[in-house]
Write a protein that binds this ligand. Sequence first.
Ligand code: PGA
Length: 244
Amino acid sequence: MSGTFIAANWKMYKNRAEAEAFFRAWRLLPAPRGREIAFFPPFTLLGVVKELLPSGQALGGQNLHEAAEGAFTGEVSAPMLSDAGCSYVLVGHSERRHVFGESDNRVAKKFSASMNGGLRPVLCVGEKLDEREAGRTLEVVLGQLASALGLLPPAQGFDVAYEPVWAIGTGKVAKASDASEVHLAIIEWLKKRGAGKEARVLYGGSVKPDNAAELLAADGVQGVLVGGASLEPTSFHKIATAGM
Ligand code: PGA
């Protein structure tokens, strides 16, 4: 994979009419060149967004179950997401880990299930505020990576999103230099393990039009995962074209 990766995580926002309005405006804005764009809408909008996406832009799920199919009421599998037109899926987003109690073990199962199901996972990792304050950021982040990747480097492609938990949805953004330190550590860790040669490491957590250029220019930052600021077309477009 090449090119800076700009991803929109819509979380549990938007209905059909709002998604249609978003793409009416989005399609009028010039496509950001040399950047890969992906949208992660709620499951109910995957089919709608698939139809409205400009060509070359990608679709992803926000979560998946580790089984391919089964009696798991309320869950969605990797083959189902593929079938709906997804090429990506978020795995281990901090809201999954910390609001819905997904363990490292569960995240590891989802990570491999997503690749077995033909998707490219974006593995989300990040420390909580008390862990950062205790100087444990790299230990936590690299521990989450090690647990998800297991013993063998995955055969298929994946990306990583570094999202400090204290920065998500709070308006508090990591300093570019702090993000860089963690990104470079992740890149180095992957290199040593011979894993993820093509993995891009994205930054997430309160990315906005006014901080995106600085973050995207930081050493080791190869894209951004945007929540709140991706819900509005002009704001997401400013981020998608920041620093160009
Ligand atoms: P935020 O969310 O941009 O609203 O902080 C980022 C994310 O959760 O992926």
